[in-house]
Ligand binder design. Structure first.
Ligand SMILES: NC(=O)c1ccc[n+]([C@@H]2O[C@H](COP(=O)([O-])OP(=O)(O)OC[C@H]3O[C@@H](n4cnc5c(N)ncnc54)[C@H](O)[C@@H]3O)[C@@H](O)[C@H]2O)c1
Length: 251
């Protein structure tokens, strides 16, 4: 298996559910991988699981902090010499509450990680891809970036903003043969959904009834879509929004 042979990939939120599974698949497909995440403990646990599976490095960074973003880019270049794939994926769900009950601090925190973090990643990774005249960026949005949903207004706003950043960046860097797309999962079996279920006072079985395929996505479902967008199989795709939602978009 070598769909990413010779490629270097950065994955933010690389110690979380979707990020870690994608790192595992990227390694299997021949990529060298840099995982970026907030907590050293989570990174250490992930490295314990994945370091036997290929060339992988962990860099601790808060994606909202510009010097730390610059540092994960620098560390990647020092270790592997280039960046071919950027999975701009770190995100938080925020508080579940009606818009009128959301505190401004809660709004700012979600916007900071999900929008400022994605923006800073693009700002500091794209120059290197532009220079090498190739690269693929995959931003993680959500079905929450395409549709509304009650009680998660900061999350919805932030994931819609990711679409705007994706389209703008795609247009700005197309000339340099760099591609930027976004992925839009419906509920996926990770910590984030456990948190949202508890905030919404709903369980997986009940929520799954609103998904035509009748189940949550698994992290591997998302990883395979990201793999396609990262690989040279998708070289004519840019500025696009990829739903991966068990059919919810058809409702
Ligand atoms: N799980 C779902 O149902 C679902 C659905 C649609 C979209 N998403 C999106 O997928 C992405 C990954 O989520 P997940 O489900 O794997 O959740 P997760 O909580 O398992 O993983 C998110 C990771 O991001 C990291 N992170 C959070 N804030 C950070 C920061 N400031 N700096 C660096 N790292 C930070 C966390 O430590 C965590 O490891 C998120 O952007 C999320 O919004 C998830």
């Amino acid at each position: 298996m070598s769909r990413l042979a010779g490629k270097v990939a950065i994955i933010t939120g690389g110690a979380g559910g979707i990020g870690k599974k994608t790192a595992e698949l990227f390694l299997k497909e021949g990529a060298k991988v840099v995982i970026v995440d907030l907590m050293q403990d989570d990174l250490d646990r992930t490295m314990n699981e994945l370091s036997g599976q290929g060339e992988i490095v962990a860099v601790k960074a808060n994606v909202t902090n510009e010097p730390e973003v610059e540092n994960y880019v620098k560390q990647t270049l020092e270790k592997f010499g280039k960046i071919d794939v950027f999975f701009n994926n770190a995100g938080i769900e925020g508080k579940v509450a009606p818009l009128v009950d959301q505190k401004i601090e809660d709004f700012d925190q979600v916007m900071s990680v999900n929008v400022r973090g994605v923006f800073l990643g693009l700002k500091h990774v794209l120059p290197h891809m532009i220079k090498q005249k190739s690269g693929s960026v995959i931003n993680t949005s959500s079905v929450a970036g395409l549709n509304g949903s009650p009680d998660v207004s900061p999350y919805i706003a932030s994931k819609h903003a990711v679409v705007g950043l994706t389209k703008t960046a795609a247009l700005e860097v197309a000339e340099a043969n760099v591609r930027v797309n976004s992925v839009h999962p419906s509920p996926v079996n990770t910590r984030m959904m456990r948190s949202l279920e508890s905030g919404m006072k709903i369980d997986e079985k009940t929520l799954s009834k609103s998904i035509p395929l009748g189940r949550y996505g698994e992290t591997s479902d998302i990883a395979y879509l990201v793999l396609f967008l990262a690989s040279d199989e998708s070289t004519f795709i840019t500025g696009s929004q990829y739903r991966i939602d068990g059919g919810m978009g058809a409702l």
